[in-house]
Design a protein. Sequence first.
Length: 228
Amino acid sequence: MREGKCPGKWTDRTSLRDAIRLKRCKVTVEKGEKMRLNGSVSIWLVSIPKTIWLPADSYRDKKYLAGMAGDILHNWEKKSKERHKLYKQYLQRASKNKVLNQLPELHTEAFDKVDCLKCANCCRNYSPRFKTPDIKRISKHLQLRESDFIEKYLKVDEEGDFVVKSLPCPFLGSDNACSIYDQRPSDCQRFPYTDEDVIIKRQPLTLKNSTFCPITYYVLEKLMAAGQ
Ligand code: SF4
Ligand code: SF4
């Protein structure tokens, strides 16, 4: 939604407040934009520019869907930054059960759309925790003594966890593939937690992940568009 007209004023935030006060607002919808009315009725793609009466209670959905016409992942970093506050509000009010029901499908869909081998933002910028079973498994795979593995690759962070000494992760190849993929730490196997309740339970983590992980961004956007 790029523009709207309301009896009275209609400009960005002010217009949204007016919409709530006046209950209904007249808005102009551009060709190709998606809108959802009354929270759950339907999403329709507008084929010609038209003016409609928009119930005030759908303003949030309208805002979520703004700019989502076309490729949801286009310019995702910019959109994710702009929508940070919306994500926060959404996570605070979301129904945990409804979210958990949606996650398996959205998680698979996101991994179909995003190629991690073209991204590797996580491996480049953040370290997983190396827990004891991870250290045992990986050092055995590398035919190193555990103490030598720790000395060569790991340090203890401020929370007392073993993490990589330096970034990008030393196991990340130039082709973005993980050289210890089958033995990688459990944190790496689970990341970005888009099929776990972590997405709701650890909201600061989800919000942080949405800034650099397109899969997290995608799942959040889809959850919000579905109103759950
Ligand atoms: S940041 Fe997300 S999309 Fe990118 S490689 Fe990691 S899991 Fe995949
Ligand atoms: S161990 Fe592999 S998957 Fe995990 S951060 Fe390093 S390169 Fe990425």
